[in-house]
Design a binder for this molecule. Structure first.
Ligand SMILES: NC(=O)c1ccc[n+]([C@@H]2O[C@H](COP(=O)([O-])OP(=O)(O)OC[C@H]3O[C@@H](n4cnc5c(N)ncnc54)[C@H](OP(=O)(O)O)[C@@H]3O)[C@@H](O)[C@H]2O)c1
Length: 329
């Protein structure tokens, strides 16, 4: 896996993301409470390693292949303006990826909503109703890392129904990190639904490590709400009618200690998050595939009044897939 772009210098130097390494060229986002400080050591712990090349540094084009010179020290996961590009082929461990994608520190109860989506080159968010055909091993590795960092995975009910969502697993690779951060062994799955038309006999409700959360409106059907609770789900209201107000989801979940949020879509839900200004970060995997057809884009909701600007935070590459990460500017 190669790293193609650095965090833009103005971004890492903002007050929100102080230079934690204090070396002047290794500013990194403050890690979420309890997580290990960002630190791409350039060495490869044995677990979950992936092959590839790390590319870092503010000089994106015409950069020097610094090879071992940029093998990195503490804090090099997110290089600053004067970092040198590094096209060195090397393997990225799950720990390194977790450091790279660490949530920024947020104020108590504020929450941070990150999305992770995959798209074909021509913008399709699925192929024949499933996102899996657009994915790859590396995409699934990053998918797993992002889950490993999250308190909760927020997902639209149609994606749950179409993709047959199951509870998130506890993974050994993230156990210590999660324990140190005061997180449950696995993230909760939080399903956004107005209808609560969900099969409560499915493993998502019968076998979760942590209770599945239903996010709905206070006007949702009472019998369905009762059925959800009887099935062991926690019900969170974030809207006055049956529908959820997307701008209230992050606050409602953060108030329950679920502040590090990862939404996996689908497009209708994600479009509402973006349109309401709730989306802080987008991790977009671009698959080197063309599918044509009429699949929706990764956001499928009413147009925003003004296009919102996101800034590039990092890009990884493996096997032609680009793993981009953008943050709201
Ligand atoms: N490319 C990717 O990375 C990716 C990721 C995820 C999904 N997908 C694909 O996307 C497709 C499904 O996505 P989708 O856009 O059709 O649906 P979706 O966003 O997953 O779910 C839509 C459903 O979520 C609930 N919902 C959404 N907004 C709501 C609100 N404001 N209040 C209450 N409930 C709300 C409703 O559930 P109720 O009907 O229960 O009320 C609605 O029917 C699948 O084909 C899946 O494979 C792709």
């Amino acid at each position: 896996m190669r790293r193609l772009f650095p965090i833009p210098a103005p971004y890492v130097r903002s007050a929100d993301f102080p230079d934690t390494a204090g070396t002047g060229n290794s500013a990194a986002p403050a890690p979420a409470p309890g997580t290990s400080p960002a630190g791409n050591t350039g060495t490869v712990p044995g677990t979950g390693a992936v092959s590839g090349t790390a590319v870092s540094g503010a000089g994106v084009s015409g950069t020097t292949d610094s090879g071992a010179a940029d093998s990195g020290g503490p804090g090099r996961a997110v290089p600053g303006a004067d970092a040198v590009a590094d096209f060195t082929d090397r393997r990225w461990s799950l720990d390194e990826l977790a450091d790279l994608y660490a949530y920024p520190g947020t104020d108590e109860g504020a929450g941070w909503l990150r999305a992770n989506m995959v798209s074909s080159l021509d913008g399709a968010a699925h192929h024949e109703g499933r996102s899996q055909p657009l994915s790859s091993d590396a995409d699934m590795r990053i998918f797993g890392v992002l889950r490993g960092l999250a308190d909760a995975v927020v997902v639209g009910a149609e994606t749950v129904r179409k993709e047959g969502y199951r509870p998130a697993r506890a993974r050994e690779a993230f156990a210590a990190r999660r324990a140190a951060a005061g997180q449950t062994p696995a993230p909760a799955i939080a399903v956004v639904t107005a209808s609560l038309d969900l099969d409560f006999s499915q493993p998502l409700f019968t076998e979760p490590l942590v209770p599945t959360v239903i996010v709905t409106g206070s006007g949702a059907d009472e019998a369905r709400v009762r059925a959800a609770r009887d099935a062991g789900a926690e019900v969170v209201f974030a809207g006055e009618g049956a529908a959820v107000d997307p701008s209230r989801v992050v606050g409602a979940l953060a108030a329950r200690g679920l502040g590090r949020l990862l939404t996996e879509g689908g497009p209708r839900l994600l479009g509402q998050f973006a349109g309401s200004g709730a989306l802080d970060e987008l991790c977009l995997s671009l698959a080197p595939l063309v599918v044509a057809g009429d699949a929706s884009r990764i956001m499928n909701a009413p147009v925003t009044t003004v296009p919102e600007t996101f800034v590039l935070a990092s890009v990884l590459e493996e096997a032609g897939f680009l793993f981009t990460r953008y943050r709201r500017s």
